[in-house]
Design a protein around this ligand. Sequence first.
Ligand code: PLP
Length: 409
Amino acid sequence: MSKKIYLDYAATTPVDKEVLQEMLPYFSQNFGNAMSIHSFGQTALQAMDEARKNVADFFGCSPAEIIFTSGATESNNLSVKGVLKSYCAQKNRDFIKPHIITSLFEHHCVLDSFRAVEREGLAEVTYIRPDRNGLIKISDIEKALRANTILLSIMYVNNEIGTVQPIEKIGKLVKKINAAREENSFPLVFHTDATQAINYFDCNVSKLGVDLLSMSAHKIYGPKGVGALYIRKGTPIKKIQEGGDQEYKMRAGTHNVTGIVGLGKAIELVKKNKEKDSKKITALRDYLIEKVLKEVPKAKLNGSKIKRSPNNANFSFDSVEGEGLLLSLDINQIACSTGSACSSGALSPSHVLLSIGLRPEEAHGSLRLTIGKFTTKAEINMVVKKLKEITERLRKISGTVLKEYYSKK
Ligand SMILES: Cc1ncc(COP(=O)(O)O)c(C=O)c1O
């Protein structure tokens, strides 16, 4: 096999050719700093305004409600820490320690932001466990809410198992809670990490009822190192980084103009092609899931089959070690990802898979295959063929290793 197969679109996507074309003039030709008064600066500012308008159009909000960041990690950190900072900065109030809520299977940049503020003693945190299908129950959120809950952060689409959360329903609940709160009291702020949702789902912020929404360009065929945060007008949030007055004084630092131009073009293309791409990718995903479950022995799909992102298939393979599987696939020119992450030299099972009740060995034997707009049916056929061969071989090896191990005991 000569051509490489990429099935890791949830990790990152290639920059679309049209996006690249749009970006190119802003490297060396229109290279101005968007904060400069002269014409170089004004050209950059104009391009950025255009991009901001595209992003705002996509989310159905005003351009003044969009700020550009370095990616979803920053947008998420700013959301969690910025809301808390705003609460702590309130004057004329007897300080009551705030309560904040998130889920156990958020991306680490959300989860660890919550853990950090909890460790620092700034807030009490409730971590909601998703169910076995990888879905958050509204009733669990209702149970967790307190009079002093000021922030709720639930991701739109999970990055590992692709399950889709009921953001619109949660938004309605938040609205009800806020309507019952005393006037001038700190509201319950609703944040969603929509990084994996942009390509396929409705992200109209009014419809969703969110106050804050994070996204990243490199998941939507845009460049790495740039993202955005939607901040509903009036949301209590403070900047967490000191410096210049960029981004309505919410995010200091020279603008990544080239990246922002790329983000603006990428989101315009998502809007234009969403329906067509979703349809094609969903069909390929269903074909992949069906074929793997039928042809690869002892394969199991992780996460809901129905409430699932069009591009995601996540499997556990009994008696197979995920890292071994991943490396063997890589040798065969197939790129995907596993549910184990290397931390401090040891393999730790995915917190997402553990949160939905998988045993550590099941989580270790997992594989995430994520499809994109350039994936073909022939590639899926090749991947399933290789998966069959490799899992069979790895099972034989692990069987032999175990036999040898026990014979020596
Ligand atoms: C759900 C989710 N949130 C946040 C991030 C982080 O995004 P970025 O790479 O833009 O910092 C990712 C990327 O892996 C993600 O999938």
